[in-house]
Design a protein around this ligand. Structure first.
Ligand code: CAA
Length: 242
């Protein structure tokens, strides 16, 4: 059976940690990226993980991208929908482009990336789809109406797709990371970030590797009965029940 995994946004931040963790578990990993070719090249040099460039919000690019990965590495067994962006700002100051870019990249990508892989997973009777949502899709966040809406949508998408594919050997799960030590979180204004860390009972930011280890569990054969689950990993900043 193919051991191919696609990790979108897989060359930086949480995605890079996921790509590395899956490679260490023996997967043939394809890490996608949208823009930063230099970072992607450095990532391949350091890890020997193959990178592929396409925009996850572009449906045709995703179909072509999945075909390119399958031609090189074989059928996709694991899809990690991790790519995401922020365009933070108060809603009363937000323009449509700020809204739309986040919805397209963070939510439309659930369709554009899952659709090209799910039919062959159903035909083979096996597959894993792991979606990265966010604490802010669960609780909302000042400055993130766009991001919170998209990430809440990821949760609903996960639950519905899990039910549709449960009898086909495919699991679909969702992880809601809290504030993790990545470039995305480092971009939060310092004073705001200080106050956010003060709200995390564990008293620190999370590590990308902590999220990655949960992804490798969900990708494993042992996780076959876990599907439609929404898992929080946020240092007890927000205790959600789904
Ligand atoms: N809670 C309460 N008040 C807040 C606040 C908050 N979280 N954030 C800002 N405010 C207040 C400020 O204190 C300020 O009040 P005063 O005028 O009385 O001082 C007022 O709102 C305006 O704040 P700013 O000067 O910061 O306004 P701004 O327009 O420049 O920026 C913002 C507003 C974009 C919301 C900015 O504060 C921000 O970026 N906040 C962080 C949002 C955030 O948490 N993003 C998460 C990114 S990481 C990620 O998304 C990964 C993940 O999944 C967790």
């Amino acid at each position: 059976m193919s051991n191919t995994a696609i990790v979108t946004g897989g060359t930086r931040g949480i995605g890079a940690a996921i790509s590395i963790a899956l490679k260490e578990k023996g997967y043939d990993v394809a890490a996608t990226y949208a823009g930063n070719s230099q970072k992607a090249e450095e990532f391949t040099n350091q890890t020997s993980i193959k990178t592929f460039k396409w925009d996850v919000s572009d449906p045709e690019a995703c179909v072509a991208g999945v075909q390119a990965v399958e031609a090189e590495l074989g059928a996709v067994e694991v899809l990690v929908n991790n790519a995401g962006i922020t365009r933070d700002g108060w809603f009363h100051k937000m323009d449509y482009e700020q809204w739309s870019q986040v919805i397209r990249t963070n939510l439309d990508s659930m369709f554009t990336m899952s659709r090209p892989v799910v039919e062959s997973m159903r035909a083979r009777g096996s597959g894993r789809i792991i979606n990265i949502s966010s604490i802010n899709g669960q609780k909302g966040q000042i400055g993130q109406t766009n991001y919170s809406a998209a990430k809440a949508g990821v949760i609903g998408f996960t639950k519905a797709l899990a039910q549709e594919n449960a009898r086909k050997g495919i699991t679909v799960n969702c992880i809601c990371p809290g504030y993790i030590n990545t470039d995305m979180v480092a971009a939060v204004p310092e004073k705001v970030l200080e106050s956010i860390i003060g709200q995390i009972p564990v008293g620190r930011l999370g590590k990308a590797e902590e999220i990655a280890s949960l992804v490798t569990y969900l990708a494993s054969k042992e996780a076959a009965f876990m599907t439609g689950a929404v898992m929080t990993m946020n240092g007890a900043q927000y205790i959600a029940n789904g």
